[in-house]
Structure formats: structure tokens, C-alpha cells
Design a protein around this ligand. Structure first.
Ligand SMILES: [Zn+2]
Length: 89
């Protein structure tokens, strides 16, 4: 009984590649809105194990993101804005 409970907790729901699931979804480097979903706030590409994409689509996606970065549709990175307290000397 206890073992079954543990197994249920450990069980991870298998993520389906959303591009395989929905064939109408296209990966296009000229479409930054779709590509931005697969990048972090800092602009990094989200790994396959987290996004749930299949190997084929992850490769296509990574290429599209890199192309979009090159033509300035997506950021390579974002500058961390430091707000310094104003001090009077
Ligand atoms: Zn796929």
C-alpha cells in the first residue's frame, strides 16, 4: 500500500510534444511570439526535458530561435537592471 502511494507521487506525467500533437502549429523564425514561449526570461532556450518537445522539433525550434535572435526578433540575453539606491555624499 505504502509503496503504491510512493509510486503515484513519483510518477511524472509524460509530456507530449506540442508540435507533434498539433500539426497545424508551425515553427517559424519570423514568428517571435511562438518562439518566446520556449525561451526563459533571460532569453535562454528551454531544454527538451522541461518543454517536453521531441528531439526533432527541439532541433528545428533551436535553429528558429537562433535565426530570430540574429535578425533581432528575439534577445540573446537581457541586461540585468540594477537599481542602486541614491546616496548623497
Ligand atoms: Zn515533435
Amino acid at each position: 500500500m505504502a509503496l503504491d502511494d510512493k509510486r503515484k507521487r513519483i510518477f511524472i506525467k509524460h509530456k507530449m510534444c506540442r508540435f507533434c500533437a498539433d500539426l497545424s502549429l508551425k515553427i517559424d523564425y519570423k514568428d517571435p511570439k511562438t518562439l518566446a514561449v520556449f525561451t526563459t526570461e533571460r532569453g535562454k532556450i528551454i531544454p527538451r526535458r522541461i518543454s517536453g518537445n521531441c528531439a526533432r522539433h527541439q532541433r528545428i525550434l533551436a535553429l528558429a530561435i537562433k535565426r530570430a535572435r540574429n535578425i533581432a526578433l528575439l534577445p540573446f540575453t537581457t541586461a540585468k537592471v540594477k537599481i542602486k539606491e541614491y546616496r548623497e555624499f
